[in-house]
Design a protein around this ligand. Structure first.
Ligand code: ARG
Length: 419
């Protein structure tokens, strides 16, 4: 048997095959985890309980996925709708932290993994499983996020990651699937893109994406309309925020999941937005991802704009540093690290007054803030105007300020002989 665990157990949380009796499998219904469902029963002579987590993946039929798990021999199969928890406890904090990794990845997968793994722990405990299995490879970030979560929350549970060790390529997997009566979605000919999605975005990897010299093929975009095909008429949406969380759209109050889904619909229609991203993975590799992020590309800039309007210059300069730190911790699989919770406490405080409305104009792939409104704006049109200053600000005082403000710079210039 080519299992990593029969060789050297390189981590204490990995399962010893002798102790694997009942496995909670994180099941997507795709080829890898379907083959795995069968393979675990055969290799370990273990029972499998399948768990599928709904984080708002568009177009997924969860009844079909559940039926497939049963058909492949799962002793139990569960689908949990975690959209609300995901939106409230993972996406909302990300919005408050303006969370972007690299040059445009809004972290949808990175936010989803700790929740999926937390649910795996809950279901494993509830259903008497000793081991959790997942379908991540040994080269990606997701293995880190999932296993770090399990090892943190449930030291008594063990992990198996068959894709990391079974050394089957796609052809062998397809052959295994055929031999075991496992239906292969979308046919067996072409290797599909590797997709991950939820209500905060969608990523594609693999195939030509790995060739950095190849510009995106049109067929990769299954969510966002290509900007060149988007409507010729722009559309402006008004988003209302309360304490940093979006609560209304176009004057209508909405629960967060529905709001995220509705904003995503608008973004998809207007080609907002496609990100072609080279990324530094946790494990050292660089990877290219094609991201489609219709909701995030509208809500993150809207939030950031409102936050900057109500924040002072000092708050605004400081927060970008914490935002970056938060995003990296989450990207890097350290959701349960106490520093993340510490920073979240700051985020809550910094967002207390992030209340108001932001208008965003959508047009052929761009989302541009065009209007702002907040009772807490640190802004006074009277002060900003060039004509009358209104009493809070004396233009006569400015030269005195400039003299002191430039004092050290002027002195240094003199001392250094005008260089
Ligand atoms: N590069 C992104 C990340 O690390 C997306 C990963 C998508 N995961 C996947 N299994 N296809 O978060």
């Amino acid at each position: 048997m080519s299992n990593e665990n029969t060789q050297v157990r390189t981590a204490t949380y990995l399962a010893d095959p002798a102790d694997v009796h009942r496995v909670l499998l994180l099941y997507s219904g795709g080829l890898d985890t379907s083959v795995m469902l069968k393979w675990i029963q055969d290799e370990y002579e273990a029972e499998v309980v399948a768990l599928t987590v709904n984080l708002g993946q568009p177009g997924e039929d969860y009844e079909v996925v559940k039926g497939k798990a049963r058909q492949l021999g799962a002793v139990d199969a569960f689908v949990v709708d975690a959209r609300e928890e995901f939106a409230r406890d993972y996406v909302a904090p990300a919005i408050k932290a303006n969370a972007i990794y690299g040059l445009g990845y809004p972290l949808f997968t990175a936010l989803g993994r700790p929740l999926i793994a937390k649910l795996a722990v809950e279901y494993a405990r509830e259903h008497g499983c000793d081991t959790i299995a997942h379908g991540c490879t040994g080269k990606g970030n997701d293995q880190v996020r999932i296993e770090a979560t399990i090892a943190t929350l449930a030291p008594e549970l063990k992990v198996i990651a068959p894709v990391r060790s079974w050394k089957m390529g796609r052809d062998e997997e397809v052959a295994y699937a055929r031999a075991n009566g496992i239906p292969v979605k979308g046919g067996t000919e072409a290797a599909p893109y590797s997709i991950d999605d939820n209500l905060w975005g969608r990523s594609s990897e693999g195939r030509w994406i790995e060739d950095l010299t190849v510009a995106p093929h049109d067929d990769v975009f299954q969510l966002v309309t290509r900007p060149e095909l988007a409507p010729d008429e722009p559309e402006t949406v008004e988003i209302e925020f309360e304490a940093g969380v979006p609560v209304g759209l176009g004057g209508e109050r909405l629960a967060l999941v529905e709001l995220l889904e509705r904003v995503a619909q608008l973004g998809m229609k207007h080609g907002v937005v496609i990100v072609d991203h080279i990324e530094d993975r946790i494990v050292g590799l660089k990877v290219r991802d094609i991201y489609e992020v219709p909701a995030a590309a509208i809500l993150l800039p809207a939030h950031a704009e409102l936050e900057r309007l109500v924040g002072t210059i000092h708050q605004n300069q400081f927060k970008t540093q914490l935002d970056q730190r938060w995003a990296y911790l989450v990207y890097a699989g350290l959701w349960w690290e106490p520093l993340r919770a510490n920073i979240d406490a700051y985020m809550e405080s910094a967002n207390a007054n992030v209340t108001g409305k932001i208008g965003v104009k959508l047009f052929k792939g761009s989302a541009r803030v065009v209007t702002r409104e907040s009772p807490y704006a640190v802004y006074d049109a009277q002060l900003a105007t060039f004509s009358e200053s209104g009493g809070l600000f004396s233009q006569e005082a400015s030269p005195g300020f400039i003299e002191l403000w430039s004092l050290q710079s002027r002195m240094a210039w003199q001392v250094r002989g005008g260089r």
